[in-house]
Design a protein around this ligand. Structure first.
Ligand SMILES: [Zn+2]
Length: 237
């Protein structure tokens, strides 16, 4: 089982405004973390937890670092700030527990999607041998990294991040899954081969919409399906 902790940077609302043109960074990071969690959970053998379970949560940097213990991956979600013309994605990989392969793959896939500069994987030391960034310093996760998804101070980067959570999350989840050799969860809507003709028939005859093949049926749903069928054979359906 692979354990991943998503740390959406900063706190909620205007009070934590980091100068984003179309969002408060802390809000956007939080909403993005929910989508990334959903996308990661489409794979088997993975547990995904959130540092910010609610949008108003904002643990101290040192506490966030401590929360990494027991995880395979501590994945910190941010967007960057600079002058309005600066664009690009960069990943700050842990000095203490580097995972350059994964950090590079995340950086490449994200920069490709944004179609902007790939600023690459970086390491920043504070005390020799230790991370400068507090979230990564003393973080006991096996791998820890801060992903700067574009610059929220640039119109194109900020808009792209805001409008493409699902696209970015799918790409980053795919990179993470590949790295940890996770298989995609089997779609529960897979129809048993023996039931395929019947499914086609209920849809064509408007007895049922043919969805949720493995779900239980309630009494009222059964009544409705019988009623649909009855109306159908009597020519009123
Ligand atoms: Zn940030």
């Amino acid at each position: 089982m692979i354990k991943i902790l998503l740390s959406a940077g900063h706190g909620a609302g205007n009070i934590h405004n980091r100068g984003g043109l179309y969002f408060n960074e802390g809000d956007n990071n939080y909403y993005y973390s929910l989508i990334l969690k959903t996308e990661l959970e489409k794979y088997n053998n993975v547990v995904v937890n959130l540092v910010r379970k609610n949008i108003n949560d904002n643990p101290q940097i040192n506490d966030r670092s401590k929360m990494g213990e027991g995880y395979d991956l501590y994945f910190s979600i941010h967007s960057n700030a600079a002058g309005s013309t600066v664009r690009g994605t960069e990943v700050w990989d842990s000095v203490e527990t580097p995972n350059k392969t994964l950090a590079q793959a995340i950086c490449d896939a994200t920069a490709d999607l944004f179609n902007h500069n790939n600023r690459g994987v970086k390491h920043r030391e504070g005390q020799p041998g230790f991370n400068y960034y507090g979230e990564l310093r003393f973080n006991k996760a096996k791998s820890a990294m801060i992903v700067e998804n574009g610059f929220h101070t640039n119109h194109d980067d900020c808009l792209f991040f805001k409008n493409n959570h699902e696209l970015i999350a799918k790409a980053q989840a795919e990179v993470i899954a590949k790295h940890y050799k996770l298989d995609k969860r089997k779609i529960e809507d897979e129809i048993s081969s023996w039931a395929k003709d019947a499914q086609q028939w209920v849809i064509e005859n408007r007895v049922s919409d043919g969805t949720n093949p493995k779900s239980n049926v309630t009494r009222e749903q059964l009544w409705q399906m019988l009623y649909n069928y009855h109306r159908r054979v009597n020519g009123n359906g």
